[in-house]
Design a protein around this ligand. Structure first.
Ligand code: PGA
Length: 251
Protein backbone atom coordinates (compact mmCIF):
# COMPACT_ATOMS: atom_id res chain seq x y z
CA UNK A 1 0.00 0.00 0.00
CA UNK A 2 1.20 3.47 -0.90
CA UNK A 3 2.27 5.37 2.21
CA UNK A 4 2.15 9.04 3.11
CA UNK A 5 5.62 10.34 3.87
CA UNK A 6 6.98 13.56 5.34
CA UNK A 7 10.76 13.93 5.14
CA UNK A 8 12.73 16.82 6.65
CA UNK A 9 15.81 17.93 4.76
CA UNK A 10 17.95 19.99 7.13
CA UNK A 11 20.47 20.76 4.38
CA UNK A 12 23.74 22.27 5.70
CA UNK A 13 22.23 23.90 8.78
CA UNK A 14 22.61 23.80 12.59
CA UNK A 15 25.48 23.23 15.01
CA UNK A 16 25.68 20.00 17.00
CA UNK A 17 23.78 21.28 20.03
CA UNK A 18 21.00 22.78 17.96
CA UNK A 19 20.72 19.57 15.96
CA UNK A 20 20.63 17.55 19.16
CA UNK A 21 17.86 19.77 20.57
CA UNK A 22 15.82 19.69 17.39
CA UNK A 23 15.88 15.96 16.84
CA UNK A 24 15.11 15.30 20.50
CA UNK A 25 12.18 17.69 20.32
CA UNK A 26 10.87 16.03 17.17
CA UNK A 27 11.18 12.59 18.81
CA UNK A 28 9.35 13.79 21.93
CA UNK A 29 6.54 15.42 20.02
CA UNK A 30 6.16 12.48 17.66
CA UNK A 31 5.81 10.14 20.62
CA UNK A 32 2.73 12.13 21.63
CA UNK A 33 0.90 11.81 18.32
CA UNK A 34 -0.54 8.89 16.43
CA UNK A 35 0.25 8.96 12.78
CA UNK A 36 0.27 6.50 9.93
CA UNK A 37 2.62 8.79 8.06
CA UNK A 38 6.23 7.73 7.60
CA UNK A 39 8.42 10.47 9.06
CA UNK A 40 12.05 10.81 7.99
CA UNK A 41 14.65 13.23 9.34
CA UNK A 42 17.66 13.92 7.11
CA UNK A 43 20.34 15.81 9.04
CA UNK A 44 23.89 16.57 7.88
CA UNK A 45 26.19 13.50 8.05
CA UNK A 46 27.84 14.33 11.42
CA UNK A 47 24.44 14.20 13.11
CA UNK A 48 23.25 10.99 11.48
CA UNK A 49 24.25 8.65 14.27
CA UNK A 50 22.53 10.81 16.85
CA UNK A 51 19.43 10.92 14.67
CA UNK A 52 19.37 7.21 13.88
CA UNK A 53 19.87 6.28 17.54
CA UNK A 54 16.84 8.34 18.50
CA UNK A 55 14.88 7.15 15.47
CA UNK A 56 15.39 3.53 16.46
CA UNK A 57 13.59 4.23 19.75
CA UNK A 58 10.90 6.43 18.24
CA UNK A 59 8.49 6.38 15.30
CA UNK A 60 10.61 8.03 12.63
CA UNK A 61 13.52 7.18 10.36
CA UNK A 62 16.90 8.75 9.81
CA UNK A 63 17.92 9.58 6.25
CA UNK A 64 21.06 10.93 4.61
CA UNK A 65 21.08 13.88 2.22
CA UNK A 66 23.53 12.45 -0.29
CA UNK A 67 25.73 9.46 -1.01
CA UNK A 68 28.95 8.85 -2.96
CA UNK A 69 28.73 7.53 -6.49
CA UNK A 70 31.53 5.03 -5.74
CA UNK A 71 31.95 2.00 -3.54
CA UNK A 72 34.35 2.34 -0.59
CA UNK A 73 37.92 3.42 -1.29
CA UNK A 74 40.17 6.41 -1.91
CA UNK A 75 37.50 9.09 -2.35
CA UNK A 76 38.39 11.71 0.24
CA UNK A 77 35.43 13.44 1.80
CA UNK A 78 32.82 11.03 0.47
CA UNK A 79 30.40 8.74 2.32
CA UNK A 80 29.43 5.42 0.73
CA UNK A 81 26.10 3.62 0.61
CA UNK A 82 27.79 0.73 2.39
CA UNK A 83 28.71 3.02 5.29
CA UNK A 84 25.14 4.30 5.54
CA UNK A 85 23.83 0.75 5.47
CA UNK A 86 26.26 -0.25 8.22
CA UNK A 87 24.61 2.44 10.38
CA UNK A 88 21.13 1.12 9.53
CA UNK A 89 20.21 4.27 7.63
CA UNK A 90 17.08 3.44 5.66
CA UNK A 91 16.57 6.44 3.38
CA UNK A 92 18.80 8.79 1.41
CA UNK A 93 17.94 11.86 -0.66
CA UNK A 94 19.49 11.82 -4.14
CA UNK A 95 19.45 14.24 -7.01
CA UNK A 96 18.40 17.26 -5.00
CA UNK A 97 18.44 20.36 -7.21
CA UNK A 98 21.17 21.87 -5.02
CA UNK A 99 23.35 18.84 -5.77
CA UNK A 100 22.55 19.17 -9.47
CA UNK A 101 23.32 22.90 -9.44
CA UNK A 102 26.36 23.28 -7.15
CA UNK A 103 27.96 19.86 -7.63
CA UNK A 104 27.07 19.32 -11.28
CA UNK A 105 25.29 16.03 -10.68
CA UNK A 106 23.92 14.61 -13.90
CA UNK A 107 20.97 12.28 -14.36
CA UNK A 108 23.53 9.53 -14.96
CA UNK A 109 25.40 10.28 -11.69
CA UNK A 110 22.08 10.13 -9.89
CA UNK A 111 21.22 6.80 -11.54
CA UNK A 112 24.54 5.42 -10.24
CA UNK A 113 23.72 6.62 -6.72
CA UNK A 114 20.20 5.20 -6.86
CA UNK A 115 21.65 1.83 -7.87
CA UNK A 116 24.26 1.84 -5.11
CA UNK A 117 21.66 2.73 -2.50
CA UNK A 118 19.29 -0.02 -3.60
CA UNK A 119 22.13 -2.53 -3.70
CA UNK A 120 22.77 -1.67 -0.05
CA UNK A 121 19.14 -1.84 1.03
CA UNK A 122 18.62 1.92 1.37
CA UNK A 123 15.54 3.60 -0.10
CA UNK A 124 16.41 6.54 -2.35
CA UNK A 125 14.31 9.70 -2.12
CA UNK A 126 14.83 10.73 -5.72
CA UNK A 127 14.34 14.45 -6.45
CA UNK A 128 13.32 15.87 -9.78
CA UNK A 129 11.97 19.22 -10.93
CA UNK A 130 12.31 22.05 -13.39
CA UNK A 131 13.80 25.54 -13.06
CA UNK A 132 11.67 28.61 -13.67
CA UNK A 133 12.86 29.26 -17.23
CA UNK A 134 11.93 25.70 -18.14
CA UNK A 135 8.42 26.11 -16.72
CA UNK A 136 8.01 29.48 -18.43
CA UNK A 137 9.06 27.86 -21.71
CA UNK A 138 6.51 25.09 -21.09
CA UNK A 139 9.25 22.49 -20.93
CA UNK A 140 8.64 21.32 -17.37
CA UNK A 141 7.01 18.01 -18.31
CA UNK A 142 9.84 17.12 -20.72
CA UNK A 143 12.52 18.03 -18.18
CA UNK A 144 10.99 15.93 -15.41
CA UNK A 145 10.30 13.07 -17.82
CA UNK A 146 13.94 13.05 -18.85
CA UNK A 147 15.16 13.13 -15.23
CA UNK A 148 12.89 10.24 -14.28
CA UNK A 149 13.72 8.14 -17.33
CA UNK A 150 17.49 8.68 -17.21
CA UNK A 151 17.88 8.15 -13.46
CA UNK A 152 15.25 5.52 -12.67
CA UNK A 153 14.09 3.59 -15.67
CA UNK A 154 16.94 1.10 -15.74
CA UNK A 155 15.47 -0.30 -12.49
CA UNK A 156 13.27 -3.37 -12.47
CA UNK A 157 9.64 -3.21 -11.39
CA UNK A 158 10.65 -4.71 -8.07
CA UNK A 159 13.51 -2.27 -7.49
CA UNK A 160 11.47 0.85 -8.26
CA UNK A 161 9.05 -0.07 -5.46
CA UNK A 162 11.78 0.92 -2.99
CA UNK A 163 12.15 4.39 -4.50
CA UNK A 164 10.35 7.47 -3.17
CA UNK A 165 10.02 10.27 -5.72
CA UNK A 166 10.04 13.93 -4.70
CA UNK A 167 8.85 16.49 -7.23
CA UNK A 168 10.54 19.76 -6.30
CA UNK A 169 10.05 22.63 -8.72
CA UNK A 170 13.34 24.48 -8.31
CA UNK A 171 11.61 27.88 -8.41
CA UNK A 172 9.72 26.93 -5.25
CA UNK A 173 12.70 25.77 -3.16
CA UNK A 174 13.56 28.15 -0.36
CA UNK A 175 11.81 30.99 -2.18
CA UNK A 176 8.54 31.11 -0.27
CA UNK A 177 6.84 30.58 -3.63
CA UNK A 178 4.90 27.31 -3.51
CA UNK A 179 3.38 25.42 -6.40
CA UNK A 180 -0.40 25.43 -6.15
CA UNK A 181 -2.12 22.19 -5.26
CA UNK A 182 -3.26 21.99 -8.90
CA UNK A 183 0.27 22.48 -10.25
CA UNK A 184 1.63 19.83 -7.92
CA UNK A 185 -1.18 17.38 -8.72
CA UNK A 186 -0.72 17.91 -12.46
CA UNK A 187 3.00 17.02 -12.33
CA UNK A 188 2.56 14.19 -9.82
CA UNK A 189 -0.13 12.62 -12.00
CA UNK A 190 2.18 12.98 -14.98
CA UNK A 191 5.06 11.27 -13.13
CA UNK A 192 2.71 8.49 -12.09
CA UNK A 193 1.57 8.08 -15.71
CA UNK A 194 5.22 7.65 -16.75
CA UNK A 195 5.60 4.97 -14.08
CA UNK A 196 2.40 3.27 -15.24
CA UNK A 197 3.57 3.25 -18.83
CA UNK A 198 6.89 1.68 -17.88
CA UNK A 199 6.01 -0.59 -14.95
CA UNK A 200 2.23 -1.00 -15.04
CA UNK A 201 -0.50 0.37 -12.77
CA UNK A 202 0.00 -2.09 -9.97
CA UNK A 203 3.55 -0.83 -9.46
CA UNK A 204 2.89 2.87 -10.07
CA UNK A 205 0.01 2.85 -7.58
CA UNK A 206 2.45 1.77 -4.86
CA UNK A 207 5.02 4.54 -5.31
CA UNK A 208 4.89 7.57 -3.03
CA UNK A 209 5.40 10.89 -4.79
CA UNK A 210 6.23 13.79 -2.48
CA UNK A 211 6.05 17.50 -3.14
CA UNK A 212 8.90 19.80 -2.09
CA UNK A 213 9.38 23.54 -2.31
CA UNK A 214 8.36 26.03 0.40
CA UNK A 215 5.92 23.55 1.90
CA UNK A 216 4.84 24.81 5.33
CA UNK A 217 2.05 24.36 7.89
CA UNK A 218 -0.13 26.86 6.02
CA UNK A 219 -0.06 25.25 2.59
CA UNK A 220 0.58 21.56 3.42
CA UNK A 221 -3.13 20.66 3.69
CA UNK A 222 -3.97 22.06 0.28
CA UNK A 223 -1.01 20.25 -1.27
CA UNK A 224 -1.53 16.92 0.49
CA UNK A 225 -5.25 16.88 -0.34
CA UNK A 226 -4.40 16.00 -3.93
CA UNK A 227 -4.77 12.42 -4.98
CA UNK A 228 -1.22 11.97 -6.30
CA UNK A 229 0.55 14.02 -3.63
CA UNK A 230 1.67 11.52 -0.99
CA UNK A 231 3.47 13.92 1.32
CA UNK A 232 6.33 16.36 1.32
CA UNK A 233 10.06 16.87 1.35
CA UNK A 234 10.46 19.79 3.69
CA UNK A 235 13.45 22.14 3.90
CA UNK A 236 13.14 25.37 5.92
CA UNK A 237 10.04 24.33 7.86
CA UNK A 238 11.75 21.11 8.99
CA UNK A 239 14.13 23.17 11.13
CA UNK A 240 11.30 24.01 13.50
CA UNK A 241 9.78 21.09 15.43
CA UNK A 242 6.30 22.65 15.72
CA UNK A 243 6.13 23.47 12.01
CA UNK A 244 7.43 20.03 11.08
CA UNK A 245 4.86 18.34 13.31
CA UNK A 246 2.09 20.56 11.96
CA UNK A 247 3.01 19.49 8.43
CA UNK A 248 2.94 15.83 9.51
CA UNK A 249 -0.56 16.45 10.87
CA UNK A 250 -1.76 17.93 7.56
CA UNK A 251 -3.12 14.79 5.89
P1 PGA B 1 12.25 24.34 1.22
O1 PGA B 1 13.24 23.21 0.68
O2 PGA B 1 11.12 23.65 1.91
O3 PGA B 1 13.08 25.18 2.13
O4 PGA B 1 11.78 25.09 0.01
C1 PGA B 1 12.74 21.99 0.18
C2 PGA B 1 13.88 21.15 -0.32
O5 PGA B 1 14.84 21.69 -0.88
O6 PGA B 1 13.88 19.91 -0.16
Amino acid sequence: MRRNIVAGNWKMNLGFEQADDLVNLIAEKLDEVETETIVIVCPPYPYLELTSDLASESNFYAGAQNVASFDNGAYTGEVSAQMLASMNIEYCIVGHSERRKYFNESNQDIATKVNLLLKNGIRPIFCCGEVLEERDADKHFDIVKNQVIESLFSLTGEEILDVVIAYEPVWAIGTGKTATGAQAQEMHAYIRSLLTEKYGKEVSDEISILYGGSCNPKNAKELFANKDVDGGLIGGAALNADDFLAIIASF
